[in-house]
Design a protein around this ligand. Sequence first.
Ligand code: ATP
Ligand code: MG
Length: 566
Amino acid sequence: MRQSKFFMPTSKETPADAVAKSHQLMLRGGYIRQVTAGVYAYLPLAFRVLRKAERVIEDEMGKIGLAEMDMPHLLPASLWEESGRLAKYGAEMFRLKDRHGRPSLLGPTHEETFTAVIAKNLKSYKQMPIALYQIQTKFRDENRPRFGLLRGREFVMLDGYSFAANRKQLDQQFDDQLAAYKRIFARCGVTVRPVIADSGTMGGKNSTEFQAPAEIGEDTIATNATGSYSANLEMAVSIDTFKPVTTAPAALKKVATPKQETISELAKFLAVPATSIVKSVLYIVDEKRPVLVLIRGDKAVNEVKLTHLLDCDSLREASEAELADLVGVHKGGVGPVNATWAAEIVADNTVKGLTNVVVGANETDYQWLNANLDRDFKVDRFADLRVANAGEPDPIDHLPLKFTTSIEVGHIFKLGTYYTEHMGANFLDQNGKTQPVIMGSYGIGVSRMLSAVVEQHLTKFGVAWPKEIAPFSVHLVQMKMKDAVQTELAEKLYQELSTKYDVLYDDRNERAGVKFADSDLVGAPVRVTIGKQAADGVVEVKRPTDDQATSMSVADMLAFVGQELR
Ligand code: ATP
Ligand code: MG
């Protein structure tokens, strides 16, 4: 490709509205342009990367025996009614009506669509195991689209779905996908950690996220030093390491705590540590059930763990209006003593064994001192309900947990029979008995992965693309277009290198500074500069991560390029 004919609108300025470094680079380098919030045009550079990533995916999916297909983006809402997800999916779904008033939507994910096709076309155990995938645009009306391709409202996803006749087949399919995903990320140059992820109500080992450590990441992963334990923070198990406090129970006493609303204010006012305060948080579960959650004052409630314990579809903290209505107090005054308005009281394990604690008195500006479990208040269920802290022991080897921010680039999931049961996807087993098909689903955020790669491969002035997905493999830069000797050598090398590699030939009448600045943004694995020494058959070679270019003969350059791009 001749750069004079290649559309790549670069700029020197860092765009003011772009926070993520990858977003800045893709704007400056002319990779992408925003069309509207969270919706981007992929200009030729980005599109080349995207296509190459897709080819890696196609290759690796082929290796585990999967065929690619394509589902429509425009879907009838009725499909989602069948699965029971239409209401649950909420505001993230782009909903529309066709001219006949039929409710439709733009696919945010395709479990329903695949299950519906399987329900009609798969009859027997003999047709299983089977798995299919597609790479296509997804639509999600994200609350906060941001960071360029990291969180879009329209984005490219690889989504695969597996259909098995028994658990063993599903496990094999899942393991195949896990291995393929590892190879995909390695080939695309993304460093990832597979971590335990939220799998709804299906429990522990059924869901793995691929997390790419990066400063800008919106997720936090908790890992120990050996890597024997890695989990998304929302799933990180906190083990019970608390020694029971054995102080003798004292008499319950009500004290006035005017305007002390937060735990830290309260601790200061009462001159007690936060660990002697039990925080009471009222949740509204499935929009109807008030559940009181107790946790030690220095800890925070993990809502994913709470959702699992309560086995509910939704939960949220009660509003001030609901608190006033149900309990008659502000947030800070809520407590478990005589909490008859709570349908259930659940507590984090930190609350076990505490004596003489401070709790809200369910009266504005009052707290109880010396409240004791079982004597003054009861707990229906104890569980691990807290957000893990950095440094606490992991649940496997009891090594300190380290936190890292990261980008979720992929997620694989043993779904079980939720969709197939709701949508009637059954098959006849070996004994002629009707059974629901067992499903798995597998996804990679392909466009998001591009941003993750850039985040992990930034250089001082640009990016160093991993070779398999680099927009160009070799960037041939001619210093002076008016120099006939340089032109002759450049044209010859352009022809020769193009027989084996993707070459971008900078044949523009631009200053050296402009050419090199743009070259840093293209980030090809090898840059070959043709300058003053062209007459001697000498060129300069530089990789994006090298501080300086190296002069070498054309023959040495060809050998070097061959080695680098092998
Ligand atoms: P997140 O927690 O980041 O919102 P998710 O759990 O909603 O992700 P999935 O439904 O598992 O994501 O989708 C599969 C993959 O698609 C994710 O692992 C991620 O890489 C990608 N993805 C999800 N939402 C977006 C988005 N808004 N923009 C770009 N990629 C996305
Ligand atoms: Mg999401």
